[in-house]
Design a protein around this ligand. Structure first.
Ligand code: ZN
Length: 118
């Protein structure tokens, strides 16, 4: 299972803190987060943290760390629906740009020329 490294968790905490929009909060004790998931991911405070803004920054952070990209790849694929008006990409147009190479059926045993190695 994926477990977020401690150093990245620390970074996430900083991001959470940065995007708090209330001065004091009894839910998270002004930390901006209320707990950590079993993947060591930060659970943002729903009361005082601007989750969208925090997520945007987290995405930027992930983008800089190859080892995180794989796990958080879904962050980059689907846009949260709640965001209104911000950077409107054409969802279906975009999908056409990614033809899935895995879909090509590979048939083993096809005759290959020049690969005989016996
Ligand atoms: Zn809070």
């Amino acid at each position: 299972m994926f477990i977020l490294e401690e150093k990245h968790l620390e970074a996430a905490k900083q991001i959470a803190l940065k995007h708090r929009h209330k001065k004091s909060c009894d839910r998270c004790y002004d930390r901006g987060w209320i707990g950590v998931s079993d993947q060591n991911l930060l659970i943002l405070c729903p009361k005082c943290v601007d989750r969208d803004a925090a997520l945007e920054e987290w995405k930027a952070y992930v983008n800089e760390h190859e080892e995180l990209k794989e796990h958080f790849s879904e962050l980059f694929e689907e846009k949260p629906v709640e965001e209104e008006g911000k950077e409107k990409t054409l969802p279906h147009e975009q999908k056409k740009l990614h033809p899935n190479p895995m879909k090509q059926t590979f048939v083993p045993g096809q005759k290959r020329t020049g690969l005989k190695k016996v």
